[in-house]
Design a binder for this molecule. Sequence first.
Ligand code: MN
Length: 242
Amino acid sequence: MQGVGFRQATRRRALELGLSGWVRNSPDGSVRVHAEGPAQALAELLDFLQRGPRGAHVTGVEAQETKAEGHEQFAIRGVSAGEFVVQEHAATARHFDLRLQVGGAMRSWAVPRGPSLDPAARRLAIEVEDHSIAHNAFEGSTEHGAVLLWDRGHYEQGGRVAWPQALQRGHAVFVLHGHKLHGGFALQRTRAGEKPQWLLLKRRDEHARPGSDVVAEQRASVLSGRTLDDLLGAPGTQRPPR
Ligand code: MN
């Protein structure tokens, strides 16, 4: 049932009907839909799904009742929202910078201990100033230390609330597709103010690795294969884009 704008058409119809939830493509070629709202509107969405958008060939629709998830949007899931990078950074102290593309900028958090694939690990993440997308590809030694491109890829925005409101409210769920980091993560704000503090958490899914320490196990740059110590020992400095 995929293709022919099925997800876009489903979202459009759901919004017309005042429904919330999500639509996503499954690896088996089917389209999965989660919808919440009044029974009459749900029946009309089901009617739409049985016909599909123009040009669609609907082979069958299976419907079942499920638990309400409390969505405030009707989102298309499984679609890239942009780039993400994690840069290991030696400055006054070593830390990792997580950057997510939101609109035209990279929203950024300094994570002293780095990200983890262990759902039990709650990593402090201090919100820092946005960086430019041009900074994503930067790696090298700098005047005061070095920056290593530890991981990069693209990410999906998830959760019940649309972005960027989810960030404004202090709870943002996302899915990373990197070289080292995969699967669902959440950023939970724990302290507002001048330097907002968050926790970076790995969600429990098939990509979770309980007991692992990915930053210790995989130190090499995804760009060059070098480590931060290699960069700190290398001659010459570069000026990174902001
Ligand atoms: Mn930094």
